[in-house]
Design a protein around this ligand. Sequence first.
Ligand code: GTP
Ligand code: MG
Length: 218
Amino acid sequence: MKTIEVRKSITAANDALAHELRSQFTRHGILVLNLIASPGAGKTALIEKTIARLGAAVSIKVVEGDPYTHLDSQRVIRAGAQSIQINTEGGCHLDAQMVGRAVDRFDLDQTDLLIIENVGNLLCPAAWDLGQDATVVVASLAEGADKPLKYPEAFTRAQVVVINKIDLEPHLPVTTAELRRNALTVNPELTVFEVSCLHSTGLDSWCQWIRDRIATKK
Ligand SMILES: Nc1nc2c(ncn2[C@@H]2O[C@H](COP(=O)(O)OP(=O)(O)OP(=O)(O)O)[C@@H](O)[C@H]2O)c(=O)[nH]1
Ligand SMILES: [Mg+2]
């Protein structure tokens, strides 16, 4: 019982801070996406491709969450966007306080899109509100089609699923259609994109979705 009470109060404090962040982002007309996925599903690859396609017209900032390294923020900076790396020192998710401190270092008046890459796992990040407009699960086909059924919280709390690595389908015993079906079984409201970041396929619809969402924030 005691454990449950403590966890509740921590989440409540986070929710209050996330609410403040959301108001701040809304005041600045910024679209905020929280990317959740297993390690290696392709979150950073998707961010790199998004910057390459939208970066000329859209001012993008990226908060990177990783247990230890700065590797992902270095990749994002090389791709052409400003990025702040948060190291959780082994922690399994980002929280609103971490994101708040990071975004204080961005010029929010010069930002259209804020992408938050959460720590790679499908459990903890789902429970922590970061003030985002949408939670995006990046689901790699190579991980199997059963992940929405095994980790439903990530998918029920998300608005979007980007199925990545569809180029691997000929080499795998699973299909993109199966993964899509399982995601929609868990959450029929999901918007689903099928992409290969490696081959740059399927990214037009993803980027158009972002453009349309940014337009609603202005
Ligand atoms: N075949 C294939 N490989 C991909 C694709 N997208 C990413 N990868 C590879 O998958 C690996 C992981 O990609 P990342 O973008 O680092 O994945 P991540 O989700 O950011 O990983 P973490 O931050 O460590 O959780 C890299 O070796 C990428 O080159 C894809 O569409 N197809
Ligand atoms: Mg990454």
